[in-house]
Write a protein that binds this ligand. Structure first.
Ligand code: ADP
Length: 536
């Protein structure tokens, strides 16, 4: 049967590409195939170019080729097939073909040859060629699969050898295989390990129950995963992350266990170090908290107990001044007045110190406080100083925050009091703002005063640190230290942004959330402390 090129073969049909210049011979070949039981679509070509075109357009199941053609030899079609990378069998169907030529053709790759006067043999030759091709393809597929598997295994083995410590044991725990990495880390030779129980690397670190649980898991056919401390031959320890996989036999019971471990000694060491550092840190924090508490206790007791004798000194120097002024000599008057000024100053210092040490002691605790109301109260307290300096205070709408109301009042009062006190040439222009930044409220109190050198920005929050003499600006240098203590105890921060001559912005944050515990105390400070910045 011949067909034109556009005639597609039906399923089960044999596609034949026949190189033949003799139409009658071609018909005889088609007939032979039909007789032999093939339903075949045969395309006949004569020239090499035509053959190549047809090969690409409709790859056949088999090529039949006449040996002698006017333009080329049918056997040269083998070259074309090879060039195209096609695994299609070719059978020579030829007139007289000498034995030598026939052998030559088979050598060059023809699958078979059939003489034109023996076409009855053709179907069988075709069948055999197709069978061989199918087998050949299967074998090639299997070879490819095998090669891929081998490559995969090689890659896995490489990865294992690089990183994994591998051991296989039987169900009793006797080592039957170890890889090099196992020997390297345990410092035993394979010879010393094979045939021995895996307990050879036990460190005695883990409790018995640890291994009991492990054995229960793997004996029940499940994979176990965990971290184990092992001991090397020289007695040093190493940590491994281990996965133990049971291999089950036909009866479903484990036959052997394969343990794949990675060295995590470094990680464990780092974890240990971090833990130790943490412990130390916690110890230091506890020590600091204790010594801080001791110091606060000391400051409190000292300032509290000093008040009484001081009151006596102040009262009696006062009395001396009143009774004996003008009655002794001029020097005596001067000395008495120095002594009484000193005593008074010491009294305010001690009261401020007491106020400072009282922040956080036995207070009322944290409530939701309206900052607008707090500010109103502060402005009323500072009324005289505001009027006297002709200050303007601009105030945004302020939020409600969780704080001890008295302490919050004190923070605002100290900051606004400072803004009034450290004013420049112009009347003070003060602004109080608040904005929400994430989980915090950010407050700012800005002024147009004398400003602060950046290098002093941290010092001024330390107790008794001042940048001016008392004659320039009155005060004890405790107001900001109190602000810092209050803000920090509530979980916030306080800082200043300023330049000399360009005003200052004091900023502080307070968490929006209520504190977990009532963490703030709220005892009212001594009058001198609360008013310490109000232009004293
Ligand atoms: P005191 O006001 O009693 O000196 P503070 O602790 O309130 O104590 O302030 C410490 C120092 O910080 C002040 O002496 C002053 O030098 C500086 N300071 C505080 N607030 C301002 C301000 N608004 N402008 C300029 N300097 C300030």
């Amino acid at each position: 049967m011949t067909r034109t090129n556009d005639l597609a073969p039906q399923p089960g049909e044999l596609r034949v590409l026949h190189i033949e210049d003799n139409e009658l011979d071609a018909e005889l070949v088609a007939q032979a195939l039909r007789r032999g039981g093939f339903s075949a679509v045969v395309v006949i070509v004569q020239a090499e170019a035509e053959f190549e075109r047809e090969l690409r357009a409709h790859p056949p199941d088999i090529v039949l080729a006449d040996y002698n053609l006017p333009q080329w030899k049918g056997i040269d079609a083998l070259e074309v097939l090879r060039r195209e990378g096609l695994d299609i069998p070719l059978i020579l169907v030829s007139g007289a073909l000498g034995d030598v030529t026939a052998v030559e053709c088979i050598k060059r790759g023809a699958t078979d040859y059939v003489l034109k006067d023996g076409l009855a043999r053709l179907p069988e030759a075709v069948r055999r060629a197709l069978r061989e091709r199918a087998l050949h393809r299967l074998r090639r597929q299997a070879e490819e699969d095998l090669a891929r598997k081998v490559a995969e295994l090689a890659a896995q083995k490489f990865a294992l050898d690089q990183h994994a410590i591998v051991a296989v044991t039987d169900v009793q725990g006797t080592i039957t295989y170890v890889n090099e990495k196992f020997c390297a880390i345990s410092q035993y030779s394979a010879h010393e390990l094979l045939g021995h129980n895996h307990r050879i690397v036990s460190s005695g670190y883990h409790p018995k129950e640890f291994f009991q649980r492990m054995y229960q898991t793997i004996a029940s056919g499940q994979v176990w995963h965990g971290e184990i401390r092992n001991r090397a031959k020289d007695g040093s320890f190493y940590w491994v992350d281990a996965t133990i996989v049971p291999f089950l036999g036909a009866d479903g019971k484990p036959q052997q266990y394969i343990a794949i471990r990675t060295d995590i000694t470094e990680r464990k060491r780092a974890e240990d170090e971090i833990r130790q550092l943490n412990d130390k840190l916690q110890q230091r924090v506890a020590e600091l908290a204790r010594s801080n508490a001791d110091l606060e206790q000391f400051a409190y007791v000292a300032s509290h107990d000093l008040q009484e004798p001081l009151r006596m000194v102040a009262a009696y120097t006062q009395l001396l001044a009143e009774r004996y002024r003008g009655k002794l000599d001029a020097n005596a008057d001067k000395f008495i007045s120095y002594a009484s000024e000193g005593a008074l100053r010491m009294q305010t210092l001690i009261q401020d110190l007491l106020a400072f040490s009282r922040v956080g002691r036995n207070g009322a605790g944290c409530l939701l406080v309206d900052c607008n109301a707090v500010l109103e109260e502060v402005l009323a307290n500072l009324g005289p100083a505001i009027r006297e300096s002709a200050a303007r205070v601009a105030q945004a709408s302020l939020p409600e925050v969780w704080a001890d109301r008295l302490q919050l009042t004190q923070v605002f009062q100290n900051l606004i009091g400072n803004a009034l006190k450290f004013r420049g040439q112009d009347p003070p222009a003060i602004s109080v703002q608040a904005e929400k930044t994430g989980e915090q409220w950010l407050f700012s109190v800005s002024d147009n005063g004398i400003g602060i050198a950046p290098e002093s920005a941290e010092n001024i929050f330390v107790v008794f640190q001042r940048l001016h003499t008392r004659t320039e600006y009155p005060g004890n240098g405790i107001g900001l230290a109190i602000c810092k203590k209050i803000v920090e105890r509530r979980g916030g921060k306080i800082w200043v942004e300023a330049q000399p001559g360009h005003g200052s912005i004091f900023r502080f944050t307070l968490p929006c959330e209520a504190p977990v515990e009532q963490e703030l105390g709220g005892e009212k400070l001594s009058k001198s402390a609360t008013a310490s910045n109000a232009g004293r």
